[in-house]
Design a protein around this ligand. Structure first.
Ligand SMILES: [Ca+2]
Ligand SMILES: [Ca+2]
Ligand SMILES: [Ca+2]
Length: 263
């Protein structure tokens, strides 16, 4: 059995040759595919053309395999496996998860480094899944800046921080095919003076956990690293659900939130 492109460009053709003459040489094609493949594709019994029955989705199945059976009128048959590779198109927008971010920073001492990191995901692959982050609202004075590749926010103009006690920024994620997130992330930055602020050791933690870890097991901890005798730490309790590859948690250390993810 061999394949060639059929008269319709969307339907590649499977062809079997039969050396018999007459009615015994007429070949009939059928699929012996699994459920997903037969829901999405079918084969034209007289021509062997493979056609799309329902919309394909690379983000659900990046390929489909079809066992095609060719049977002649004499009842003799042969079969062949057709593997259909689904190529990516840019059909997913970036999505922020989480969408809201809160942090508190001091207005009366130098602020350096990353104060917050935003996370958006895009299900597409390659360029179509590459995300850049842009502040699209609330930053007219240029007080904050964002690393377009990592989503990390820093203070660009510390001397202007105390103009407001709360700054609200909107951040949009854009993929490599120019699709924007439908909902912008909302970032709330509170400027505080005179009180001790808790701070996590790092803005992002990465923890590895086996998929069969018992519920309520401790899989890691986030430490507060303020120089005080009453330092605290938060333990991360596992509450994994089946089917999740990554789980992003927001861990609250008193009044400051930090993002934590593990795989
Ligand atoms: Ca898709
Ligand atoms: Ca995309
Ligand atoms: Ca896609």
């Amino acid at each position: 059995m061999h394949y060639e492109w059929g008269p319709h460009p969307a339907c590649p053709q499977v062809q079997a040759t039969d050396p018999d003459c007459g009615v015994n040489s007429m070949v009939n094609y059928t699929l012996a595919a699994g459920q997903l493949a037969s829901e999405q594709l079918f084969v034209r019994s007289d021509t062997g053309e493979i056609c799309v029955r329902s919309p394909l989705d690379r983000e659900i199945a990046s390929y489909l395999e079809l066992p095609v059976i060719a049977t002649d009128r004499g009842g003799l048959s042969t079969n062949s496996i057709v593997r259909v590779q689904i190529l990516d198109v840019n059909d997913n927008r970036p999505v922020f998860n989480p969408r809201d971010y809160n942090t508190t920073i001091r207005g009366d001492s130098p602020v350096t480094g990353v104060i917050l990191r935003l996370i958006a995901n895009d299900l597409d692959t390659g360029l179509f899944g590459e995300i850049s982050y842009h502040i699209t609202g609330g930053n007219d004075e240029g007080i904050f800046k964002i690393d377009r590749l990592t989503g990390e926010i820093q203070v660009a103009q510390p001397n202007l921080l105390s103009r407001r006690t709360i700054h609200q920024l909107n951040v949009t994620a854009i993929d490599g095919g120019e699709l924007k997130s439908t909902l912008a992330a909302r970032v709330f930055i509170t400027v505080s003076t005179g009180q001790r602020l808790p701070s996590c050791e790092r803005p992002r933690y990465s923890i590895t956990a086996k998929e069969n870890v018992l519920q309520n097991s401790i899989i890691g901890s986030v430490k507060e690293t303020i120089f005080t005798e009453s330092s605290t730490s938060a333990q991360i309790i596992c509450a994994m659900r089946a089917g999740l590859k990554f789980l992003d948690l927001m861990v609250k250390a008193r009044n400051e939130e930090k993002s934590l993810s593990h795989s």
